[in-house]
Design a protein around this ligand. Structure first.
Ligand code: AMP
Ligand code: ZN
Length: 136
């Protein structure tokens, strides 16, 4: 897609630090890493978000995430990593081309996950019901 920074990276119109590539997927270092080795894994076809991608490409994408996660563990000698998608601008998505972040974690790196809350009253059953209905 024109004017998409990640499509330009995939097409080599912009530079990147390549980590992995196959027919479906491209992976490269995030230029502003949370930790060194922070990698972005993107479908080669342009999909804006997780709702848009078809199952074939999604399958290839998650298989690549698994493979690269293991390589991050083995290659960077870390014990774990976080995987995330910022899906939608309200969730912090800046680049509108679907991508997984894989963030290697170091012991005592001080990175905090998102703060969690408690459900009040009957909110948990109400929210579960709303999601179940939308799945029907
Ligand atoms: P998101 O908020 O999930 O859309 O994250 C987009 C990510 O892309 C950010 O973490 C940026 O640091 C990263 N990014 C933006 N431009 C580039 C680029 N040219 N090369 C590598 N990473 C980039
Ligand atoms: Zn794109």
């Amino acid at each position: 897609m024109e004017n998409c920074i990640f499509c330009k990276i995939i097409n080599k119109e912009l530079p990147s630090y390549e980590v992995y590539s196959n027919d479906y997927v491209y992976a490269f270092l995030d230029i502003n890493p949370v930790n060194y080795g922070h990698t972005l894994v993107v479908p080669k076809k342009h999909y804006e978000n997780l709702e848009e991608i078809d199952e074939r490409n999604l399958k290839e994408l998650i298989i690549a995430v698994k493979k690269i996660g293991k390589a991050i563990k083995d290659g960077l000698n870390v014990n774990g990593y976080n995987i995330g998608i910022n899906n939608g601008s309200v969730a912090g998505q800046i680049v509108p081309h679907l991508h997984f972040h894989i963030i290697p974690r170091l012991e005592d790196d001080g990175i905090k996950l998102m703060p969690q809350r408690k459900y009040i009253e009957d909110k948990a059953s109400k929210y579960a019901e709303k999601i179940r209905r939308a799945l029907e």
